[in-house]
Design a binder for this molecule. Structure first.
Ligand code: ADP
Ligand code: MG
Ligand code: ZN
Length: 479
């Protein structure tokens, strides 16, 4: 059977670092990039005799996320110890949640080529991150940095509802956008503050029994997620086709070779010996706290996208890009309050503005001009005060200097010439100098028209109002 006779089944486990100031069970800073082992204390160093104290913000963030993903938020959940030995885990166990997580049974709607699809969220739980082992240093040693030990994480586990690599990527992007909107995570895959493991299996099409799954690790970009899943699907199909059986194992994505390779088999899997955490009582979340969190939820990306299409009459394509990040969406709305043609505004956003932001690496928060000034520039283009092309230069200058559009237009002499007399003089001059071409035109060679427009525009250094130039040329040529 070819690959197309098999149905892939995929479920994702996502770890998201929470944007709290301090760690989950102690007051140490979560700031990234500090000198190794600076952000540590007896609690996160795993000293004997110390006790964890739960950071209330972590619970707030978990509840907020659970509500956004339409989960049931449990009024009682339980902390557990997950025991294993590794140098980056000083206590010898991780405090996590196991059989009684804080959130269950949620859903996330994603877009697929076949339309909207609901991906069920099985559970969300809170846990602490481990430290980091730093290998291959110049002295050939391995070092341990415990700054990350005790940083709060949410683990978000999907049901195996995804059916190909593209759906998995779409789910991960959609989830990331939600978490960033909520202000609970920075969404950075490359730096590892938003991480994903993919569980992949295949079964013959039409079957309702899932195949044996493998868990893929080391997927720190959307591209790697897609490549690793696609590789793994064809690998599993090959195994089955050649009469073998897929072993349940953990496999690592090898970026350089573009393959997944076995890291540990089921036999080598850890026995974590989970048991309830004796140092923390069960966690209770009140109805009042859940209600307050629900009321404070921001408008989420999907709802905003729908509203952008209805309220502003924008195509879904535009709305999706404009709402992918909250600051961009907010800035668009602030501009739209000053400028009525939302589609034109969107064109400037999707074209010039986003190009400038990307090229200069400027965050929106550092933008030097106001929404009213952008609206003023677009108004000037509409009125023909500047050409659309010159308008782009004006925007670039506003971007770099924060000067008002009118000042830039004046200073740089970018104002478009709409004075009929001035244009007429240039048109007459060009036609007089090119009598031969005029003959050809009048004899029926209409393509020469573009040549005349080009000559007039060049003589006017690009500042002639194009509509007027066209009109006057036609008139003079006797059209
Ligand atoms: P564990 O507790 O061992 O981590 P779970 O049953 O909780 O395993 O599943 C972990 C992840 O694997 C979930 O995201 C789930 O959707 C996914 N998953 C479970 N079974 C399969 C399967 N047969 N094929 C693909 N993914 C699966
Ligand atoms: Mg798991
Ligand atoms: Zn600490």
């Amino acid at each position: 059977m070819p690959v197309s006779d098999f149905q892939p089944v995929i479920g994702l486990e996502v770890h998201a670092q929470l944007l709290t100031q301090s760690k989950i069970f102690c007051g140490c800073s979560t700031a990234f990039g500090a000198e190794p082992n600076r952000n540590t204390c007896p609690v996160c160093l795993g000293m004997p005799g110390v006790l964890p104290v739960l950071n209330q913000r972590v619970v707030e963030f978990a509840v907020r996320t659970g509500l956004a993903l339409e989960c049931t938020v449990k009024k009682t959940s339980v902390w557990s110890r997950k025991n294993y030995f590794y140098p980056d885990l000083p206590k010898g166990y991780q405090i996590t949640q196991y059989d009684q997580p804080i959130c269950e049974h949620g859903r996330l709607v994603i877009d697929t080529p076949q339309g909207e699809k609901v991906i069920r969220v099985r559970r969300i739980h809170m846990e602490e991150d481990a430290g980091k082992n730093v290998h291959d240093t110049s002295g050939g040693q391995s070092l341990v940095d415990l700054n990350r030990a005790g940083v709060p994480l949410l683990e978000i586990v999907s049901e195996p509802d995804l059916r190909d690599a593209d759906e998995a990527v779409e789910y991960l992007k959609t989830l990331r956008d939600v978490l960033v909107y909520l202000g609970v995570n920075d969404g950075n895959l490359e730096e590892g503050s938003f991480r994903c493991d993919a569980n992949v299996s295949v079964m013959p099409k039409g079957s309702s029994t899932y195949g044996q799954r493998c868990e893929l690790k080391n997927l720190n970009s959307f591209r790697f997620l897609k490549q690793a899943i696609e590789y793994e699907i064809s690998r599993q199909v090959d195994v089955i086709e050649s009469g073998g059986k897929v072993d349940q194992e953990t496999r690592l994505w090898d970026v350089n070779k573009g393959v997944t390779r076995s890291m540990r088999s089921k036999e080598e899997a850890h026995d974590y010996r989970y048991f309830p955490e004796p140092d923390l009582p069960p966690l209770h979340v009140s109805d009042a706290a859940i209600d307050a969190a629900a009321k404070a939820l921001p408008e989420l990306p999907r709802a905003k996208l729908t509203r952008f299409t209805s309220q502003y009459g924008l195509p879904a394509y535009d709305a999706r890009i404009l709402t992918a990040e909250r600051p961009l969406a907010d800035f668009f709305e602030a501009c739209a309050a000053h400028y009525a043609d939302a589609k034109k505004l969107s064109n400037w956003f999707l074209g010039e503005l986003m190009r400038l932001l990307k090229e200069e690496g400027t965050p929106l928060s550092a933008l030097r001009f106001t929404p009213a000034q952008l609206a003023e520039l677009l108004g000037a283009v509409d009125k023909g005060t500047v050409s659309a092309n010159a308008g782009k230069d004006v925007l670039g200058e506003m971007f770099r200097t924060g000067k008002a559009p009118a000042d830039i237009i004046a200073e740089k002499g970018l104002a478009q010439v709409s004075d009929t007399g001035a244009i007429e003089a240039v048109v007459d001059d060009i036609l007089a100098k090119n009598a031969g071409e005029v003959e050809k035109y009048r004899a029926g060679k209409k393509q020469v028209f573009g040549f005349f427009v080009g000559q007039v525009m060049r003589a006017m250094k690009g500042k002639g109002n194009p509509a007027l130039v066209n009109e006057l040329l036609k008139k003079k040529l006797g059209d």
